[in-house]
Structures are given as C-alpha cells and as structure tokens.
Design a protein around this ligand. Structure first.
Ligand code: GLU
Ligand code: ZN
Length: 311
C-alpha cells in the first residue's frame, strides 16, 4: 500500500520551528516509504487565518526544499486542499448526518461552548458536555430564540486506534458527555469535522502531528468511521518546548523560519537541528534533505518523549 500523509498547518502566523518539526517529520517518513505527501491549508477559522500567512508557509516550505505531491494550486482528485474552499463538502456531510438524526441543536451559552473551531492544543481542554440539549422536545426547541450550534449524538462505546509511538489506544466515549460540537452557531464548521472528513476523504493512511492533539483522536477516529472512511494510523510527535516547558508558538520570538533565514541559517542548518532534537544526530551540523532521507526513524530516540526542550 502506498502511504499518504498530510501536513495540515493553520495559517495563523509565520511558520516557526515547531511547525517545521511536524512538516519535516511528515515529509521524511513519507519520502522514505515512497509515499505521497499532501499539503492541506486548515483555514476554517476565518478570524485567525490570513492569506499572507498561507503564502508565508508556502514560501518557507519551498525554501526548505520540502515538496508536496498534492498541494493548493496543483492538480489532485479531492477538490481543493484549502479548507475554506471545502464548505460544500462539509455542508453535505452535515445535512446527511442531520437527516439520519446523528446531530442535534444545542442552545447552551457561549461560556459553556468554547474552543471548538480550532484544534485544541496543549493546555486547552477538549470540551466536555453535559448532554443538556440532547433530548429537548420539538416544542422546547421551537421556543428557543438563540441560534444553536450542532452537536454529534455520540454513541456510547470504546474507540480503539493505533499510534506508532503510543501503541494501541482505547478511549471510552460517552453519550452526552462526548457530544462534541460539529458546527458553530455562526455556521462555521468545527475543526473536528473538517479534519476528520478530509483525512477520511483524502485517503490519509498515516497522520503525524503534535501529541497535544492525542485527546482529539478518538473523536476523529469515530467520526471518520461514521462517515464511511477508513481511519489512518497515527503518529503523535513530541512537542518542542522552551525552557519554561511552553510549546513553541507565536509567543517565543526569533523562531520563525523567515527570521532564522534572515539571520543566515540555511535549510541544511535547520535540518541538522531537527535531527539533533529527534535524537538522530549527536553533534549539530548541516544536513541535506538527501542525507536526512537515509536516517531511519528507529534512530530517532527523541521521538519517544512527550516534550523536547529546544530553547
Ligand atoms: N491545523 C491543525 C493545527 O495547526 C493541525 C490539525 C492536525 O494535524 O490534525 O493545529
Ligand atoms: Zn446545549
């Protein structure tokens, strides 16, 4: 089977070392297996995503030499690889789930419903619900004035998935408590829907991403199955953190690819750093992508960790 993986950045800022870490490991693992690399822009959160950041990501990836077989602007069989252009697809899924009774409107206040559009990263809870609106009658619904969000009517049961680093994981999903939001009250689709529908429809065989997304995985595996697709195998990677243990993000300064490039770093310098952090290179030195392709993942002892301190 030809493997397919994706790098799925949200264009909310310039690409930094933390994003590059995920992009590089995705790319390397896939290239080493003769697989297909896919680049998908996860820009459904209109308030936070910007076109200029999307262009920045493309520029940085191309400067690094990380090429993608399928990417925005290139021919591919799955429709657009930009999520904001896939609303028709998500809308069809929502209507068909709604018709089957798999969803219900939830009228709970904003303070109860938070963090549903973007991927919940470390320190952000995957929202737990209390099933409040699950069994409202048609009459009760009719009396509501607030625009509802849509929740999934979760089926009680165990979800099992395989992670290349964590092994087999089983999570119990509960009716009510795990009824996650699939569409916001303002009509924007939630991260969990877009990512699951796309990973399923685009035939991803493996998903590599930060281990802060591990708590979302059971929901996604469940939803991918519900939509009739085969769930991928996961590889949840360690997070790069600073001296305070904080995940690299826009908060730390001087770590964007653009800034590093301006300081004189070459792509080879950065690849050497990444391989050093992964535990595959004792002394930091420049490494070409070609040479990196000869480094097996088994040598990356660092990938067993949850956090790697890099600043
Ligand atoms: N777009 C998400 C993010 O940037 C990644 C989602 C994923 O890999 O599942 O956090
Ligand atoms: Zn509710």
């Amino acid at each position: 089977m030809k493997v397919r993986t994706r790098f799925a950045p949200s264009p909310t800022g310039r690409m930094h070392l933390g994003n590059l870490w995920i992009a590089f490991l995705n790319w390397l693992w896939t290239k080493q297996r003769g697989g297909t690399t896919v680049l998908r822009m996860e820009d459904i959160d209109k308030d936070r995503c910007r076109k200029e950041f999307e262009e920045g990501i493309l520029e940085d990836l191309s400067w690094m030499g990380l090429t993608f077989d399928e990417m925005p602007g290139k021919e591919h069989p799955y429709g657009s690889l930009i999520q904001s252009e896939r609303y028709g697809f998500y809308g069809d899924i929502l209507s068909s789930m709604e018709k089957k009774g798999d969803l219900y409107p939830c009228y709970c206040s904003r303070s109860r419903i938070h963090k549903i559009l973007s991927a919940p990263h470390e320190g952000e809870e995957v929202p737990v619900y209390d099933g409040h609106c699950r069994s409202l009658t048609a009459e009760e619904r009719g009396a509501m004035t607030k625009k509802p969000c849509l929740r999934v009517r979760m089926e009680e049961g165990d979800v099992t998935f395989h992670d290349l680093f964590y092994g087999d994981e089983t999570r119990h999903l509960s009716a009510g408590k795990d009824d996650f939001v699939i569409r916001r009250a303002d009509g924007l689709v939630a991260y969990q829907l877009a990512v699951s529908a796309d990973d399923g429809a685009m035939g991803m065989t493996h998903v590599f991403r930060g281990c802060d997304l591990l708590p979302s995985t059971a929901y996604q595996v469940w939803l991918i199955g519900k939509l009739g697709y085969k769930a991928p195998t996961y590889g949840h990677l360690p997070l790069l953190v600073d001296e305070k243990g904080v995940r690299l993000s826009k908060r730390q300064h001087g770590i964007t690819i653009r800034e590093l490039r301006e300081k004189g770093y070459t792509p080879e310098d950065l690849i050497g750093l990444l391989l050093h952090w992964a535990g595959a290179l004792k002394d930091i030195r420049p490494v070409s992508l070609k040479e990196a392709e000869t480094v097996p993942f088994e040598r990356m002892s660092g990938l067993k960790e949850k956090h790697i301190r890099v600043l």
